[in-house]
Ligand binder design. Structure first.
Ligand SMILES: NC(=O)c1ccc[n+]([C@@H]2O[C@H](COP(=O)([O-])OP(=O)(O)OC[C@H]3O[C@@H](n4cnc5c(N)ncnc54)[C@H](OP(=O)(O)O)[C@@H]3O)[C@@H](O)[C@H]2O)c1
Length: 342
């Protein structure tokens, strides 16, 4: 069965990636594309990279029009803009997958503290399901509102949850040292950052104050029923896309690398998009670029009683639009990998 689908925010990085994926998805009938345009504009003008072999047209924003024509709407909009659109689409009885942070936190005070702005639809926060399929698959299948995870949280949570779940850490604490290519910041911010200043450079940013920390800590709490504290430092890589995140955990003496690798391997053995690498292998961003795969390597430093878990994803795929399509497949009962394997 074909589903009628719409995308709001087509002109952004994740909107562009979504449209690229959805146009090839065998179960998708693309019904409505919206961007900030003064008049209906051919998609080939808004997204020239998709080529001219299509006759799709982008309209200006109207959540009402989206809701009328579509079974499900993807919101690739900035946070605060998404919440109003989501509410309108849901009221019309349609489903939403929101790529922004607007529904990832469970209470309005948590959201307002992290994003310094009021939540206009707190009544939807409890209902939204966090779209990390590896941990919320059954809930995702039944919801009408998916809060697609942030890119850093996807990498950090996939690299830490199995270890805590199997009680392999000595402390409810870990360090995540994460690096992202500059598309993680969105198209507008990238042009403002000026590539001349970001190229041939490498720097930390938002140290001890990144808005993704409450998201990660609250999902750790929800999954583990444990207050895990996270020390998170993001860095800006001089490459366009990809995340590499390195995590450090205190482990009991005599925990072997093989034991920890087995923990991750058995946890993810049925997962279509998570690969736990073998002994001696280390993940590299280029191996997951333009794919929905996440690669994980586990190392142990026995003298320091520390486990080191390294994770790579493509921020625009498993970190955003690829994961959104994975969630779409779950919502409508399609093969989870549909449209995501080339
Ligand atoms: N980039 C990533 O790696 C990533 C990963 C996970 C989640 N996300 C989330 O996904 C959402 C989209 O991210 P992105 O990176 O694709 O961002 P982006 O490149 O900046 O695109 C955002 C889009 O939103 C549109 N928009 C509509 N109303 C707007 C308004 N009032 N102010 C500003 N823009 C408005 C913009 O339209 P115009 O082009 O017409 O201005 C643009 O197309 C964000 O919430 C982001 O946090 C991004």
């Amino acid at each position: 069965m074909m589903m009628k689908v719409g995308v709001m925010g087509v002109g952004g990085y994740s909107g562009e990636e979504l449209v690229r994926l959805l146009l090839k998805h065998p179960q998708v009938e693309m019904c409505c594309l919206q961007a900030r345009v003064e008049k209906p504009t051919p998609l080939s003008k808004v997204l020239p990279s998709l080529g001219e072999n299509n006759d799709f047209v982008c309209e200006n924003y109207s959540p009402e029009a989206m809701a009328e024509g579509c079974d499900l709407v993807f919101l690739a909009l900035p946070h605060t803009v998404s919440m109003e659109a989501a509410s309108t689409v849901l009221k019309a009885g349609k489903k939403v997958i929101d790529l922004s942070a607007d529904f990832r936190l469970k209470t309005a005070p948590l959201y307002e503290k992290a994003y310094k702005t009021k939540h206009l639809h707190p009544e939807l926060l409890q209902e939204a399901v966090y779209g990390l399929p590896e941990f919320f698959r059954e809930k995702i299948k039944k919801t009408r509102l998916v809060a697609n995870p942030g890119c850093y949280p996807t990498a950090v949570l996939l690299g830490s949850l199995p270890l805590f779940r199997e009680k392999k850490s000595r402390e409810a604490f870990f360090i995540a040292d994460a690096k992202s290519g500059f598309t993680g910041a969105g198209r507008k911010q990238v042009s403002e950052m000026r590539l001349s200043e970001s190229g041939e450079n490498f720097k930390a940013y938002r140290v001890a104050e990144h808005q993704h920390v409450p998201e990660m800590e609250s999902i750790l709490k929800e999954v583990l029923d444990l207050d895990v504290k996270l020390m998170f430092t993001p860095h800006l890589l001089p490459i366009s896309r990809g995340i590499l995140s390195t995590h450090y955990f205190c482990i009991p003496e005599k925990t072997s690398e093989e034991e920890l690798r087995n923990t991750f391997q058995s946890f993810y053995q049925e997962e279509p998009f998570v690969r736990v690498l073998g002994a001696g292998e280390l993940p590299e961003i280029k191996n997951v670029l333009h794919t929905n795969f996440c690669e994980i390597a586990v190392r142990v430093d026995p003298e320091r009683k520390t486990a080191i878990v390294i994770v790579v994803i493509d921020n625009l795929m498993k970190g955003a639009s690829g994961q959104a399509v994975q969630n779409f497949n779950l919502l409508f009962g399609f093969q989870e990998t549909e449209g995501l394997l080339s």
